[in-house]
Ligand binder design. Structure first.
Ligand code: GLP
Length: 260
């Protein structure tokens, strides 16, 4: 795992956008794994800016969302499909039919989860997966206790996550209890994982999954087994990392040809 510590969320977003820009320019048919939450927003802002000002085009790109609430009506403002459209794909030139998300409204949820896995496979697999991390170490909506080999399925949210996400709703009562999420095994199939996190509230989760044991109790720790993970965080999120100085040293001395 490469850990990159930067001054603020703006630099975090710009560096993650660099990885996406490099990929899309070298492989215009790239498949992106798209995450919601606040953490990826600076990435989407930066990609939209590069689209407007530097001709970065996504016309042949496919996007697959990580997760979705179950129980919100289609088109609900906070449904992740809508968030992804609003925050990213509608601001660039991704074809609407190339943007996919797990279906939280399906009558046959199990069938829809299976179909989602098949759709990712049919598109050639995810080239670059954007991730945030929950304060309890979840990625996607894989809460503590999730199988490290899990695939797309329905999950029950931890109360901590409902509490954390209640800021997007009028009250916590409106936050659904159930979600559909790509599994940890699904996420691990992505060729490159770029996880972004900012702020002191994420410092313990970062410490736990980067330097703690690999355990279902901290789902993001499964990334220690992934061959190509880039963790981009700000100073505040890095405060509990025992190895912060060595991560800074390694990045500061990285040969430019290596890229991200
Ligand atoms: C949600 C999403 C995750 C996200 C997490 C952290 O639970 N399902 O994909 O990483 O929140 O969100 P934020 O970036 O807003 O802290």
């Amino acid at each position: 795992m490469e850990v990159i510590i930067l001054p603020s969320s703006k630099e975090v977003g710009a560096l993650a956008a660099d990885a996406i820009e490099d990929l899309v320019r070298s492989k215009p048919t790239a498949v992106l794994g798209l995450a919601t939450g606040s953490s990826p927003l600076p990435i989407y802002d930066e990609l939209a800016r590069r689209h407007d000002e530097a001709g970065l085009s996504f016309t042949q790109v496919h996007g697959f969302a990580l997760d979705e609430y179950v129980g919100l009506p289609a088109g609900h403002f906070e449904s992740y499909r809508e968030v992804i459209r609003r925050e990213f794909t509608n601001r660039v030139d991704v074809a609407a039919e190339n943007v996919h998300g797990p279906d939280g409204t399906a009558a046959d949820i199990l069938g829809a989860c299976h179909a989602y896995e098949e759709a990712i496979k049919a598109a050639g697999g995810v080239d670059l997966q954007i991730l945030g991390v929950g304060t309890n170490g979840h990625i996607g909506f894989n809460e503590p206790g999730s199988s490290l080999a899990s695939r797309t399925r329905i999950k029950t949210l931890a109360e901590q996550t409902r509490q954390d996400n209640s800021r997007f709703f009028d009250s916590i009562d409106q936050v659904p209890h159930h979600v559909v999420t790509q599994g940890l095994g699904t996420i691990m199939d992505a060729r490159h994982v770029v996880l972004v996190a900012v702020g002191a509230g994420k410092a313990q989760a970062i410490r736990d999954f980067v330097e703690g044991p690999v355990s279902a109790a901290c789902p993001a720790s499964v990334l220690q087994f992934h061959p190509h993970v880039t963790i981009v965080i700000d100073e505040a999120a890095a405060t509990r990392l025992a190895g912060a100085d060595s991560y800074r040293h390694a990045f500061g001395n990285k040969p430019a040809w290596q890229g991200l």
